[in-house]
Design a binder for this molecule. Structure first.
Ligand SMILES: Cc1cc2nc3c(=O)[nH]c(=O)nc-3n(C[C@H](O)[C@H](O)[C@H](O)COP(=O)(O)O)c2cc1C
Length: 169
């Protein structure tokens, strides 16, 4: 990322895209805690990241913590809370892509500290973090991160898709 600021308006456009994700019973379990690079909370969110992510997140325009509410008001578990929050994050990522932004999911951070330091209640699950920014120059990355910039691969679709039942081992 380049270090160029991500405006509040651009961020809100991402959250608006997330807002329209489908969810079971329209429960909309997703919640987001964000910090812009020029705002007062960035250092706190940045500090949650593992070293490897800090390396390439120094020039992020914003960091986001994705949460999901894991129980209904009556205490019953909301089974698809993570699935629904995943749909919301993907909506956000696609919107950001159309806007020419980098929107990069992260599991490399301290989940427990995120919960305590950001005051996340027990009925919310800490799902992931997201870095948002304007694309920068690949040369500014570490050698290790530069090597990851090529096209990534996926296993063939037939290895993820089974007709009728799960295949025997
Ligand atoms: C939930 C989630 C967590 C991720 N965690 C990290 C992370 O901590 N650090 C990182 O550099 N990339 C992280 N990634 C990015 C993945 O490694 C990346 O999406 C995957 O390797 C496929 O590459 P592509 O998205 O460029 O096609 C994460 C992605 C997702 C969806």
């Amino acid at each position: 990322m380049s270090g160029e600021a991500v405006s509040e308006a651009a961020l809100m456009r991402l959250f608006e895209a997330a807002r329209w994700a489908p969810s079971s019973g329209n429960f909309q379990p997703w919640r987001f805690i964000y910090a812009t690079a020029d705002g007062p909370h960035f250092a706190q969110l940045f500090d949650l990241l593992v070293e490897g992510n800090r390396a390439w997140c120094t020039h992020a325009g914003a960091l986001i913590v994705v949460l999901s509410r894991n129980a209904f008001d009556n205490g019953k578990p909301a089974r698809t809370h993570s699935y629904d929050a995943g749909a919301a994050w993907m909506s956000m990522a696609l919107e950001g892509h159309w806007m020419g932004l980098v929107v990069h999911g992260m599991a490399g951070f301290n989940f427990d500290r995120a919960r305590t330091e950001l005051g996340v209640p027990d009925d919310y699950t800490v799902e992931a973090m997201v870095a948002v920014g304007h694309p920068g120059s690949v040369e500014d990355l570490s050698e290790k991160d530069r090597a990851r910039e090529g096209k990534s691969s996926r296993r063939p679709v037939r290895k993820s898709v089974f007709e009728g039942r799960f295949p025997a081992a």
